[in-house]
Design a protein around this ligand. Structure first.
Ligand SMILES: C[S@@+](CC[C@H](N)C(=O)[O-])C[C@H]1O[C@@H](n2cnc3c(N)ncnc32)[C@H](O)[C@@H]1O
Length: 294
């Protein structure tokens, strides 16, 4: 049973509301109760942080109290804040979410950084590169790369139609639609190649682990975005089988991996060329980059 929504009246001040929300969220076992309370209050009252800091004793008012009660109830059902707000920041850019898309994670920025670091070391960041993003979701990886690589173009593929549509909308909002296309497909079956950079953050959670994930993930991230099969590696096997026919000479394959999967994934791609592994901010091997022999 979700924890009860805290008492919020039109006369409740912003400061009091924050205190009530923090206590309710903490009692419900929510990870960052203070941060979540603040983000939801700002959204419900349609104010910026500076206004909250300047006028903390302002009452919520009729509409603010109603809106805040509604979003607090959703958070107490363990819906993530970014899904309630409908948007999530990734690589400094705003991405709209939909029920069919994974909420982009900061760990995935490690993959983007690894690709950029490799390209810059090769002196290719200004080249007219072609990028293929398999399992594109919101399009966050492809669009972050296009944002950084001014002459690159890309194709994002997803099995879910609504994800491909969400990614296309994000490309338009970010002013990148002229260099990005999105299609529905099963891995890379619809693509002929050659392409310069293959990127993917595929579903990589072993099926049996999913029921034990946090409610925010198990209830709100789509199963298609999580489930990597019995050992979590099904998608990598499909991608490794296709990579040799897809990659141009000297191309790169860059894959996000789950904790402890780097060795197995490197093994699947070993025949393609030299491999580097990049750690995330927690020191966990997070991105496997393969440079195809050129
Ligand atoms: C872990 S999510 C990654 C989403 C996004 N790239 C990101 O990093 O936030 C994996 C994505 O792969 C997609 N997917 C799952 N199976 C697929 C398949 N057979 N072919 C193409 N995409 C697939 C899912 O719909 C989901 O969007």
């Amino acid at each position: 049973m979700p924890a009860p929504v805290p008492p919020l009246m039109p006369t409740t001040t912003r400061q009091e509301a924050l205190r009530h929300l923090r206590a309710s969220f903490a009692a419900a076992g929510i990870d960052n109760p203070a941060l979540d309370a603040r983000l939801l209050l700002l959204a419900a009252c349609e104010i910026a942080g500076a206004e909250l800091a300047a006028n903390p004793t302002e009452p919520l008012g009729e509409d603010g109290a109603k809106r805040l009660a509604a979003v607090a109830a959703r958070r107490l059902e363990r819906e993530p804040v970014a899904r309630i707000l409908g948007e999530r920041e990734f690589w400094g850019l705003p991405f709209r979410l939909s029920p069919a898309t994974l909420e982009p994670r900061p760990d995935t920025e490690t993959l983007v950084a690894a690709v950029l670091k490799t390209l810059r070391a090769q002196g290719r960041a200004d080249a007219p590169l072609t990028i293929l993003d398999i399992g594109t979701g919101t399009g966050c990886i492809l669009l972050a790369l296009l944002h950084e690589l001014p002459h690159a173009t890309g194709l994002g593929i997803d099995r879910a139609l609504e994800a491909a549509q969400t990614a296309r909308g994000n490309a338009e909002r970010l002013g990148l639609a002229e260099r990005a296309r999105f299609i529905v497909g099963n891995w890379s079956a619809a693509v002929a190649g050659p392409i310069d950079i293959l990127v993917s953050n595929p579903p990589y959670i072993a099926s049996a682990v999913i029921p034990g994930l946090a409610p925010e993930v198990r209830r709100y991230d789509p199963l298609l975005a999580l489930d990597g099969g019995g050992d979590g590696l099904d998608a990598y096997r499909a991608l490794a089988a296709d990579a040799p026919r897809l990659l141009a000479q000297g191309g790169l394959a860059a894959l996000e991996v789950g904790a402890g999967q780097d060795g197995a994934v490197a093994g699947l791609f070993a025949g393609l060329g030299p491999i580097t592994v990049h750690a995330d901010l927690a020191g966990i091997a997070r991105a496997v980059v393969v440079a195809a022999a050129g």
